[in-house]
Design a protein around this ligand. Structure first.
Ligand code: CA2
Length: 183
C-alpha cells in the first residue's frame, strides 16, 4: 500500500502519463501501450525435459530453460511469464492473454501441437503479438509428420535445432525485432 503511494503505477506529468515498469504481471495494459512482458509458452511433455530421451532433448530441465530465458530477458529489460501445459486450451488461453495484455512477444514451443493445432494458429493470428516459434530439435530432420507446422504460418520467425539455446536466441531476436523503428 505504502509502496503504491510512494511509487504509483502511473503518474501524469504535463499531460503525459508515465507508467512504472514492469507493470503488474499479465495485468491489463493501458490502451495503445505495449508491456515489457514476454510470454514463454511450452506445450505438452516439455515438463519431462531432462528426465527422458536425453539423446534427443538434452539433459537440461524445464527449470533450466526458465532460468536461461529469465537471464536473456533481463539483458533486454523484459519480464518473463514462463508457462507449460499439456493441454491445448491452456496454450490458447495464454496466447489470448498475451494479446490482451499487449505483451512484447511470445516465445512458443507448442511441442506436438505445432503439427496439429489450428486452434493455436488462430490464437496467434488473433493476438497480434510477435511470436517466435522454437523447437529444441530440428523438426525438418525428423519424421515426416513433424515437417509441417501450423504455428509457422503465423510466426514472425522460427528457430529449430539449437537445443535449449534456441529459447535464448529467440529472445535476442525478439529484442532486435521490437527495437523502435524495426519490425
Ligand atoms: O523439438 C522440439 O522442441 C519439439 O517441439 C518437441 C516436441 C515434439 O513433438 C516436436 O515435434 C518438436 C516433443 C516434446 C516432448 O518433450 C520431451 C522431453 C523429454 C522427454 C520426453 C519428451
Amino acid at each position: 500500500m505504502l509502496e503504491r503511494m510512494i511509487f504509483p503505477k502511473s503518474l501524469k506529468l504535463f499531460g503525459i502519463t508515465l507508467y512504472r515498469g514492469p507493470v503488474d504481471r499479465a495485468g491489463p495494459q493501458p490502451a495503445g501501450t505495449m508491456s515489457d512482458i514476454i510470454y514463454v509458452i511450452n506445450g505438452p511433455n516439455l515438463n519431462m525435459l531432462g528426465t527422458r530421451e536425453p539423446e534427443k532433448y538434452g539433459r537440461a530441465t524445464l527449470a533450466d530453460v526458465e532460468a536461461l530465458c529469465r537471464d536473456a530477458a533481463r539483458r533486454h529489460g523484459f519480464a518473463v511469464e514462463f508457462r507449460q501445459s499439456n493441454r491445448e486450451g491452456d496454450l490458447v488461453d495464454w496466447i489470448q492473454e498475451a494479446g490482451k495484455t499487449k505483451a512484447t512477444g511470445i516465445i512458443l514451443n507448442a511441442a506436438a501441437y505445432t503439427h496439429t493445432s489450428i486452434a493455436i494458429l488462430d490464437a496467434i493470428v488473433a493476438a497480434q503479438v510477435p511470436t517466435i516459434e522454437v523447437h529444441i530439435t530440428n523438426i525438418h530432420a525428423r519424421e515426416e509428420f513433424r515437417h509441417h507446422s501450423y504455428v509457422s504460418r503465423a510466426a514472425k520467425a522460427v528457430l529449430a535445432g539449437f537445443g535449449i539455446d534456441g529459447y535464448a536466441l529467440a529472445i535476442e531476436g525478439l529484442a532486435a525485432l521490437t527495437k523502435p523503428g524495426r519490425g
